[in-house]
Structures are given as structure tokens and as C-alpha cells.
Design a protein around this ligand. Structure first.
Ligand SMILES: Cc1ncc(COP(=O)(O)O)c(C=O)c1O
Length: 222
């Protein structure tokens, strides 16, 4: 680490990272004449491209108009407008949106929300969380409990809340040694089986990526 210049605790310890001095659309620039193609939009969060003028202007104008209010005290026109736009495009019945700063935080809020709903409905015994091996839900402790990527979670198991992991829909390396479609979606049946084994009245939530992303990048069979 001593060979890595600067005072930032680096994400990679084996080599200095390139210094990104600019970005434009698909490209990240390092000021030394190199251009890096950002084909994934970072972790899929810059999908509209880097440094879009209208995005920067909207952030700037809003920061001048009203920079921050606490969400327990106020709502704002952009928040209301975004929620309205999302509701217009979301599946029927999904018409409320809770804005947070990132994925791990959203996952933890979802786990807590499920629990709160059960408590409000007098189902205090519903505490179990089911997720899948290989899934990625974030690295904060609550999200890491649900995450099924063993390299990330194993060192911290003593700190993690209880979560039950079931096999992923990962046809390339099927946990059951089966092949689609002859498998009759054995991995989907695992959810039903696990709910029954735990006791349906004890289950609070099932958390899953619709498409397995960061760990196996696999689209599940239909
Ligand atoms: C499906 C999924 N959930 C949660 C996260 C965690 O998000 P964050 O890194 O913003 O905490 C990610 C990040 O890649 C993700 O792909």
C-alpha cells in the first residue's frame, strides 16, 4: 500500500488506480491521453452516459433552488415528480416509492419494511429471510446477510443476521446437476420447499435479483 501514492485508502491494494480527470458519454479520460470505454455505465448506474449537460444542469438548478430538506419534514417537487413518473411506468399496484442513496440501503430498508408490515398486521412471528446463494444485495451488514456471494460474506458470518439461502437459477452450474427445461425448474421449487420447511408462518420475505448481476451475470430461465 505504501507504493500507492496519496492519502486515500484505495479499493485496490496491488496497483495505483488511473486518475479519471474527465468523462464524456461512453468514455472516461485519464488526462494522459487514454480513453476507457465504460461499456457497463459503471455498476450500471450511469446508463444515460457520463457528464450529460441536461443532467448536470438539473442538479445545479435544483441545488440553487432548494438544496436539502429532511424527508421527515418536507417533500419537494422533484421527488414528487419522479415518484409520479415511476408510478406511471411500474406494474399495477406499485405506486409508492421510497428514495434512498444506494442499493445496499434500499435492500436493508426493504427487509425492515417487510418486517414492519408483519408487525402492523399482528404477525410478529414472521422473522425469517430467504435469499439465494450467489446473489448480490450489497455489502453493508444487513444486505450482506442476504447476499449469497461467499467470498464477500464468509469472513463476516459471525456478524450477520440470520438468512436462509437457496440455490440460484444458474443453468451453467446447476446446483441440482439438472438441465433446463427437463429440470422442471427445480430451483424455483426450492423456494416453496424452504418456506414449507421453515414454517410458512415464520417467513418474512424472499429477496432475489430478477437477473443475477454482480456474481454470476445470469438470466434465469423463463
Ligand atoms: C441487485 C443489487 N442489489 C444491491 C446492490 C448494492 O448497491 P450499492 O452498491 O449501491 O449499495 C447492487 C450493486 O451492484 C446490486 O446489483
Amino acid at each position: 500500500m505504501a507504493e500507492i501514492p496519496g492519502n486515500v485508502f484505495p479499493r485496490k491494494l496491488n496497483r495505483p488506480l488511473p486518475l479519471a480527470t474527465g468523462a464524456e458519454g461512453l468514455w472516461i479520460l485519464d488526462g494522459e491521453g487514454h480513453r476507457y470505454m465504460d461499456a457497463s455505465g459503471g455498476p450500471l448506474v450511469v446508463n444515460v452516459g457520463h457528464c450529460r449537460e441536461e443532467v448536470a444542469q438539473a442538479i445545479y438548478q435544483q441545488a440553487l433552488r432548494c438544496d436539502y430538506v429532511h424527508p421527515t419534514m418536507f417533500t419537494t417537487p422533484p421527488v414528487e415528480e419522479l415518484a409520479r413518473e415511476l408510478a406511471a411506468r411500474a406494474p399495477r399496484g406499485l405506486d409508492r416509492f421510497y428514495f434512498l442513496s444506494g442499493g445496499g440501503e434500499a435492500v436493508e430498508a426493504a427487509i425492515k419494511l417487510a418486517r414492519q408490515i408483519h408487525l402492523e398486521n399482528g404477525r410478529a412471528q414472521r422473522v425469517r429471510l430467504i435469499s439465494r446463494w450467489k446473489s448480490y444485495h450489497g455489502l453493508t451488514l444487513g444486505a450482506l446477510a442476504a447476499t449469497g456471494r461467499t467470498t464477500f460474506r464468509t469472513p463476516f458470518v459471525p456478524f450477520l443476521a440470520d438468512a436462509v439461502h437457496i440455490p440460484p437459477p444458474y443453468c451453467l452450474r446447476c446446483s441440482y446437476g439438472l438441465a433446463y427445461p427437463g429440470c422442471n425448474l427445480r430451483c424455483a421449487l426450492a423456494l416453496e420447499e424452504t418456506i414449507q420447511n421453515l414454517g410458512p408462518d415464520t417467513v418474512s420475505a424472499f429477496l432475489a435479483e430478477t437477473v443475477s448481476g454482480a456474481t454470476i451475470a445470469a438470466v434465469p430461465p423463463p
